[in-house]
Design a binder for this molecule. Sequence first.
Ligand code: ATP
Ligand code: MG
Length: 568
Amino acid sequence: MRLSQYPINTAKETPAEAEVLSHQLMLRAGLIRREAAGLYSWLPMGLRTLRKAETIIREEMDRAGALEVIMPVFQPAELWQESGRWTEYGPELLRFKDRHERDFVAGPTHEEVITDIVRRDIKSYRQLPVNFYQVQTKFRDEIRPRFGVMRAREFIMKDAYSFHVDAASLQQGYRAMYDAYTRIFTRMGLDFRAVRADSGPIGGDVSQEFHVLAASGEDAIVFSDEDGYAANLEAAEALPPMEPRPAPRETMTRVPTPGARTIVELSRMLEVEPSRCVKTLLVEGSEEDVVALVVRGDHELNAVKAQRLPGVANPLRMAGAERIARATGAQAGYIGPVGLRGRVYVDHSALALADFICGANEKDMHLTGVNWDRDVGAVTAADIRNVREGDPSPSGRGHLRMARGIEVGHIFQLGSKYSRPLKAAVLDESGKEVTLLMGCYGIGVTRVVAAAIEQNHDERGIIWPEPLAPFQVVLVPLNLQKSARVREVADRLYNELSAQGIEVLYDDRDARPGVKFADAELLGIPHRLVVGDRGLEAGRLEYRYRRDSENTEFAAGEAIDFIKARMR
Ligand code: ATP
Ligand code: MG
């Protein structure tokens, strides 16, 4: 590609609208342009990378035996009513009417449509298992679209759906997708990790996310330093403390704590560690007005774990001031489990405390020397906190470490969640009707491009992993417009490299060397070849790998072999 015929529009300045580096660099390099919140166009340079990601994904899905289809972006409401998601799915689901007043949705995902196809087309166990996939536009009306294509409203997903007659086959199909995903992200040259994810109402260890590791990642992931255990923070289990609870030694005492509404203020005022205090959070109940959740003062509540408990409203909602006053007669900041009626869930670590400090259910008052059995009474033990760095690994081996990740893929054993309400069934070997089991597998194709940049960049720009680079080589001639010799050599190199199937970005613009170098680095092209008069006089060309800071000189006649030897 000759850059003189390619209207790129790079920018030096950091765009004010972009918070994260990948978004800034994608705008500065002219890969994408914003149309409205969460809606982006992909310009030619960006599209080349997007297509490379898609190609790797397609090749590995095909290799795993999945069959490509394309389903409609817009889907009839009837299917969503059948599955129950017409009412369950929140405002992220864009609903609209056509001219005949019929309801439709813009597909955020395609379980309903594919299940509808399968229930009509697949009649016998002999046609199973099967896996259908597509690479296609999704729409989710995200409440806060941000970070460019990382969390967009319209984005491209590779989604796949497998169908099986029994659990063993589902597990096999799931495993095949796990392996395919591992190959995909490895081939993309990304540093990634597969982690256990919360499988929501379905339960069991049947969902994993693939995360690209990056300090700026939105998700916290944890892993054991001694074995392969890895989970996202939402799903990571906190083990109950090993040591038995000490016997009570203090008597329960009411102490004035004026203005101390937070654990930090409280522990400062009473000069105790936050880990000696407990936090009592009142949330809305599904049967009662409120449910109390108690965690140790130095721990954080895990909303995903909490909203799964019986009696707790899902999604989790903090109780408002009115409900809190009704339940305790007090206000937030001074709530505690003593004398509280109704359901109380206590995190294992909080339950292991003796002589602890908690709110007195009275403004500006706390209780010290509190003990569970003696002073509180019946409570339910539960795991409702986030794990922390250094906690013992739930695998039983090693301790937990933390990292940040960007979710680029998610694989799921759905079971009969959609096949049952949509009645997707086949006749098995004995002629009996069985409901199909289903797996689903997504990759955020547009997101993975941003994630690759988030993981691979420096102060000068993008550093593409080679398999995703829009071009492999950038050819930079110096003084091209004046030097016939430079033009001759550069033109020849461009033709020869291209003839070898190497993708070359030929910067034949009439621009200063500094501009060309800056653009080449911003665009993140892995291999840079410089052709200049001074070097040619000595029969030399100049080479630099994007990750390196030094140039290498080599004999002009060996350019093809030299470049090929450096490609990976
Ligand atoms: P998230 O937790 O990031 O909102 P999700 O769990 O809702 O994502 P899935 O339903 O698992 O997303 O979708 C499969 C994949 O699609 C995700 O792993 C992610 O890579 C991608 N994806 C989801 N939402 C978006 C979005 N708003 N913009 C870009 N990619 C997205
Ligand atoms: Mg997900």
